[in-house]
Design a protein around this ligand. Sequence first.
Ligand code: SER
Length: 599
Amino acid sequence: MKKLTAQGMRDMFLGFFKEKDHAIIASGSVIPENDPTVLFTTAGMHPLVPYLMGQPHPAGKRLANVQKSIRTGDIDSVGNESHLTFFEMLGNWSLGDYFKKEMIPWSWEFLTSDKYLGIPVDRLAVSVFEGDENAPRDDESADIWACCGMPRERIFFLGKEENWWGPAGLTGPCGPDTEMFYITDKEPCSNTCSPACSCGRYLEIWNDVFMQYNKTAEGNYETMAHKNVDTGMGLERVLCVMNGVKSVYETELFVPIIQKIEELSGADYAIASETDRRAIRIIADHMRTATFILGDDMGVSPSNVDQGYVLRRLIRRAVRFGMQLGMEEGFTKELAQVVIEEYSGAYPELTRNSAFVLEQLILEEERFQRTLRQGTRMFERALSKLPEDAKTIPGEDAFRLYDTYGFPIEMTVEMANENGLDVDIADFEHRFKEHQQKSQQGAQQRFKGGLADNSEQTTKLHTATHLLQAALRKVLGDEVAQKGSNITAERLRFDFSFGRKVTKEELAEVERLVNEAIQANAPVTSEEMTLDEAREKGAIGLFEDRYGEKVKVYTIEGFSVEVCGGPHVENTGEIGSFKIKKEESSSAGVRRIRAVIGE
Ligand code: SER
């Protein structure tokens, strides 16, 4: 197979699509600029959602790029052989332009032609959608693959789990995809071995999504007039395949980072124990991701909420594993320097923001070291409280050390052993699982609100959004329900179900009602209650998505009662004034209003 460098691969992909008349667009930020419902940009399509929904893109209908992407999921379990928290996604898009009969032959050409990847055909397999009650079997794609030269026995028909790309939210563009796989030397695991199983025989390298349906609020799938294509190829994965290395960590992208870890720790990746090798991988992965988050122009720094929280976890987890390898304080900035140097050509923002990256890492390492020292004192106190003949440290103490002081359980066990004690691991794990569930629910709730930040201006706009929804329901009726909300310090954007254009007169009336509520300087109060109590109180809100027993209900006396996580102003008067800037269609049956305050 062709040996490729990372830059060679980026250039080859973009060059190919440039030849097919695509505009090459820049990578978006790793922090989504227009979608506060998720923390990080997870794929190349993510920043393009408005254009996939029909808004014209200034660069045209054919686009391609390399997108910085982050998927953190459950951070505590990342760091295995293949999982990366940061990756680069090579992607191309058709915005209502070409479709399957162009895209599949292009994928074929790029994968098999000697001018491009030149992968032997017998090393390739593809999967297509097998069909279900909502959408037919994708024979069209299968036939095009066969026509290109893909043997029928390596065209697998798979179900929705594997070959369907859902809408970004509950409604919107969606459709079948076709995935391309590299066949490794691993023997089939069974007679039914297919790209759907995880035995390692089939490695996914590319995914062409064909957005041909619009999922409506009623759950129907309508064929879209403007069909989109959205493809994604993971750079690290494809480099791994092309260069015949066993893991992404052995690709050129990781070599300099791992070398630096070896230099600073004295470990040797090639012959390290499985535990140490895992530690090296985790440090390399986390420091690369942390550098890209800090190095983004959005200027996120470690904190206890949102992106800052994930960033903090990544850095601290890297530090913990660094300590395990005996690395000295201050190593994170040294690794960040390697990342910056390596990636500065492709991502100049890293150089631009390098001082910030290094300074933040130094600060966060210091803070963490302080916490660790406090934790050690807490450990000693816990120890002194145990009865003379105690043999184990209770799970409760071990968990507090983990949760409050960031002590990895391994470290607590080690310290316990040094004192001739064990740790009640079963109890610790029980508490840990409980905590994980809670924090996942917390994360879900935190980002439902659609707030970009918690600034004063955003808070005011958030309260204004409640007034807007209440006024819309008063003027247009109960058919109005929130479908989405996106609030930045500059403006609010509110999507709601309603079947037609809202008239000028209706908008004027909505605006008048909101301003009336502002002038009334009504108090905004909140109360915790069960979902049932909230319903009884007539609260509106996204009930289906709530977890747990209790919800918070915000009441604006005389105007609105709504389930919500906050934050809000104390009195509506703080909002000043309210003005609707625009009303438009967002998708079928959904309208969108943009409004500002205090003008
Ligand atoms: N959105 C698809 C993916 O993430 C294709 O880009 O795989």
